[in-house]
Design a protein around this ligand. Structure first.
Ligand SMILES: Nc1nc2c(ncn2[C@@H]2O[C@H](COP(=O)(O)OP(=O)(O)O)[C@@H](O)[C@H]2O)c(=O)[nH]1
Ligand SMILES: [Mg+2]
Length: 183
């Protein structure tokens, strides 16, 4: 089994991150915003099935290094284990304007609990710019976050809100995990 440690040297690390969520929950737009800083209001037609790279700089206890984060998306909410093989993190997207998505996201997070030990998981509320149409609020997000003991971040791929915070959360948490692993 490839542990994250084997991909690491003092100045470079690579992580695979899986973005999973209901259809139209904003996965493609999220990856596009993170990796290309672009948002297409006509919708993002082509899903990112292959890995899309975002390079970030890390500062680990004063030692600067580089990380490449490779994102991909999946729609298969039903037993997605084969798609998350080799992933260091799983981002679960939840469209705040879609009240029907709450239950399926709850079920997905329940299923993903199995992977919690070795994969960072973050609940990402999407389309926060449409707050006047929002059906899912902090109360529901906090409920899921506490139930499954995972962080949640509110984002908008349209305005960019929360995108830097999300990237920071991924890179700092995964860096911390490497450091702990190496001790
Ligand atoms: N207003 C707004 N619309 C978004 C946002 N993210 C995605 N969308 C729209 O939601 C629809 C589905 O997005 P997409 O990324 O293709 O969803 P996916 O099926 O989960 O990959 C598209 O019409 C997007 O333009 C967002 O942050 N704000
Ligand atoms: Mg898509």
């Amino acid at each position: 089994m490839c542990k994250i440690k084997c991909c690491v040297n003092p100045t470079y690390v690579a992580w695979k991150v899986t973005v999973i969520g209901e259809r139209s929950s904003g996965k493609t737009c999220l990856i596009s915003k993170i990796c290309y800083d672009s948002f297409d209001s006509n919708g993002c037609k082509n899903p990112f099935r292959t890995l899309i790279k975002k390079s970030v700089k890390l500062d680990n206890d004063g030692v600067s290094s580089k990380a490449d984060i490779f994102f991909h998306e999946i729609n298969e909410l039903n037993k997605p284990e084969r798609y998350v093989i080799g992933s260091s993190a799983i981002i679960v997207t939840l469209d705040v304007t879609n009240s029907d998505a709450f239950r399926n996201t709850d079920l997905l997070l329940k299923y993903l609990k199995t992977f919690k030990k070795n994969k960072l998981q973050i609940l990402v509320a999407t389309k926060i710019d449409r707050k006047y149409e929002a059906k899912i609020w902090d109360e529901e997000l906090t409920e899921l976050s506490q139930k499954y003991d995972i962080a949640y971040i509110k984002t908008s791929s349209k305005t960019g809100e929360g995108i830097d915070e999300l990237l920071q959360e991924i890179s700092s948490t995964l860096t911390r995990r490497i450091t702990l692993n190496e001790r």
